[in-house]
Design a protein around this ligand. Structure first.
Ligand code: OSB
Ligand code: MG
Length: 367
């Protein structure tokens, strides 16, 4: 791929309002943006979506920085990368660290698509011009006010972060605004085995699905709950790889899979999980990480694949940010987002704004 330079930047974007789950709270969003340039001056962008603290996965912004600077780049045989999948093979010796690998692989996918003069969506076999948007309401959001505003852009699916014992109240509040909205809840693993009866009793709410009721490693409890419930269980944190998806599906631990490119270790793994779920009759949807427009653009390409039949956590740039790092922000109109058709991820990075929000940067060149 004729890689010339790799620059990574730690940036921080202020959030419009805090994003709160029962595990952690974000007041600003810091991520690492990776820029890979080739000898023609083409640039590919990727995002490392780890959070400052390890509340969602084990990685953090700092562990990702360390992995890039001290482990991945010093060993990177850039001249032998002809395709992003080569990078996946080269870094397969590294256990875990999905998000940092995903960030660099993403930059390579964007660059590879640009070099081949196609959009990323087209390159990976996308079939949709538009994807359905979905909104997430964190614990600190106000139901009535926020949903009324989001409805104006046509968001069709609402995902609620919930607290144990307050699920019903919160869902009722949403239904009071509009009884026809499609609602799901995301438990982020907060239930315990002793909550099984409480959880299965939520079956009568007619939810679209319940996301990640139990802790990530527990395929057993998810299977047990799914056997007792009609509401589909969707796994998020549990699915860090294709192997995890296979275990979940074979064991009957879920009926739906949330695919986040960052959580599964990159686009190659995301594509494999998509295909595996499709072949086994499970629908998938694209998860979000309170990301910048760079990661959103990668998500839109992924969500244009045929088995992404459920609206994901796909929202506009201004859902969380005052200003995104793109020249043209991602927008939701009539509940849909256009899949970019330009080359690569198809969005223009606002370099001067990126520079302005950069806290720290690192420059790398192959020897
Ligand atoms: O569980 O999906 C999750 C955000 C931070 C950590 C975990 C999760 C989330 C979201 C993301 O729900 C929502 C979004 O990006 O819109
Ligand atoms: Mg989730």
């Amino acid at each position: 791929m004729d890689i010339r330079t790799i620059v990574f930047r730690k940036i921080s974007l202020p959030l419009r309002s805090p994003f709160q789950t029962h595990q952690g709270e974000l007041y600003e969003r810091s991520v690492i943006i990776i820029e890979v340039s080739d000898d023609q001056g083409l640039k590919g962008y990727g995002e490392v979506s780890a959070f400052p603290s390890p509340f969602y996965t084990a990685e953090t912004v700092e562990t990702a920085w360390h992995m890039l600077r001290d482990i991945i780049l010093p060993r990177l045989n850039a001249r032998h990368i002809q395709h992003p999948a080569d990078f996946v093979r080269m870094t397969s010796f590294i256990q875990g660290n999905q998000m940092v690998k995903s960030g660099l692989e993403g930059a390579l996918w964007d660059l590879y698509a640009k070099q081949n003069r196609v959009s990323l969506a087209e390159l990976i076999g996308g079939t949709r011009d538009f994807v359905k948007a979905g909104a997430v309401l964190s614990l600190s959001d106000t139901i009535t006010k926020d949903i009324n505003r989001l409805k104006q852009s046509g968001y069709e699916r609402y995902k609620l972060k919930v607290e144990k014992g307050k699920e019903r109240d919160k869902i009722k509040q949403v239904q009071t605004v509009d009884p026809d909205l499609a609602i799901m809840i995301d438990a982020n693993g907060m239930y315990r085995e002793s909550d099984l009866d409480h959880l299965t009793a939520l079956d009568d709410l007619g939810l679209l699905m319940i996301e990640q009721p139990f802790e990530p490693g527990d395929f057993y409890l998810h299977r047990k709950a799914q056997q007792q419930m009609n509401t589909p269980i969707c796994l998020d944190e549990s699915i860090m790889s294709l192997h995890d998806a296979r275990q979940a599906v074979e064991l009957g631990s879920c009926q739906i899979v949330n695919i986040k490119i960052s959580r599964v270790g990159g686009m190659t793994a995301a594509l494999n999980i998509h295909d595996y779920c499709q072949n086994n009759g499970l629908p998938v949807w694209c998860g979000g990480m309170v990301e910048t427009g760079i990661a959103k653009a990668h998500n839109l390409a992924l969500a244009s694949l045929p088995n992404f039949t459920i609206p994901g956590d796909l929202s506009s740039s201004d859902r969380y940010f005052y200003k995104d790092v793109l020249k043209e922000p991602i927008e939701v109109n009539d509940g849909k987002i256009k899949v970019p058709t330009g080359k690569g991820i198809g969005v223009n990075v606002d370099s001067s704004y990126l520079e302005k929000v950069t806290l720290q940067s690192y420059f790398w060149q192959p020897e």
